[in-house]
Design a protein around this ligand. Sequence first.
Ligand code: CU
Length: 295
Amino acid sequence: MKHQACVIVIAALMSFGFGCGRVAPAPSVVYDLRGVVRAVDPASGLTISHEEIVGFMPKMTMPFKVKNRRLLEGVKAGDTVAGKLKVDRSGDAVQTLEIIDLVVEARGEVAPSTVEPPVQAASPALEPGDPVPDFVVTTQDGKPLNLAELRGKVVVLSFIYTRCPSPEFCPAMDLKFAALARQIGLVADRADQVRLLSVSFDPEYDTPEILRAHAGRRGARPPLWTFAVASHEQLSKIAGPLGLTYAPGTTEINHNLRAAVIGPDGRLAAVYVGDRWTPAEVMTKVNGLLMNAGK
Ligand SMILES: [Cu+2]
C-alpha cells in the first residue's frame, strides 16, 4: 500500500516536470489586463488606466513595459485594450511587469486627458542652499517627527507609497535606500550622523502598521532608515518646493520621483529627479556634507 502511494506520487511529480533533478522555473504569473491607454511611449511601453487585475492589483493608472514592439503598432492614447500581463516575482517583491499580449478592443473616443493631472503645488522650487521647510510625519512606530528635529544630521529624503505597483518607481527608490542604509551602516559613527527617511504620500492606506511591515521587508531599521507617512496638508509644504507631484487620495496614484539630501544646517544640498541617480553619488554628497560639518 505504502509502496503503491509512493509510486503514484513520483509519477505525478515527473509528469509535472519536477523529476530527474530538474529545477522549478522562477515563479511567473500571467494575468488578464483591460483598460484605456493614456500614453504610448515607443521606447518603454504604455501607460494604462486599467481595471482591477483580479488577484493582483486594484484599478489604477500606471506604466507598463512592452518589450515586443509589434504589440504597440497602431495603439493610440484613448484606445481600450485587452491583454496579458506577465508578472515575475522574487520572494515578496515584484521584479518585472511586462505586457506579453495586447489587442485593441475599441478605438479611442475617450479623450486621453480624462486622467487627472497630478497635484502641482504653487510654491517655488528650492535651490541648493535654501532652507528646507519644516513638516511633520508619523513614523512607522506611530510617533510624530518634525523634519526640524533632525537638524544636526544629514537627511536623505524620499517619497513613496507601499502599494506602488511599478517596479521602476517606489520599489526602485526603496532598493536605492537599502543600498544607502547598508553602506552608511558599515560605519557606526556615520550611521549616527545620517538619517534616511522614506515618506509615504498615501495616508489613506499607509498606516504605521503597514509601514512597519513594509520596512521589515525592505530591511529598514530605524533610526538610520525610517518609513513614515504624512497628511496631504503636511506634504503640500514640501512637495512643491522639491518638485514632487502626486494625485492624492486615490488608488490611481500618478506620481513622479524625488529624493533630497538635506545638510546638518537644514538647508537643501541636492535634489535627485527620477530614478536615474545612484546610491554612490548620494553617498559622495553625504560624505562631503559630513566632512564640511567637521564630523
Ligand atoms: Cu510609486
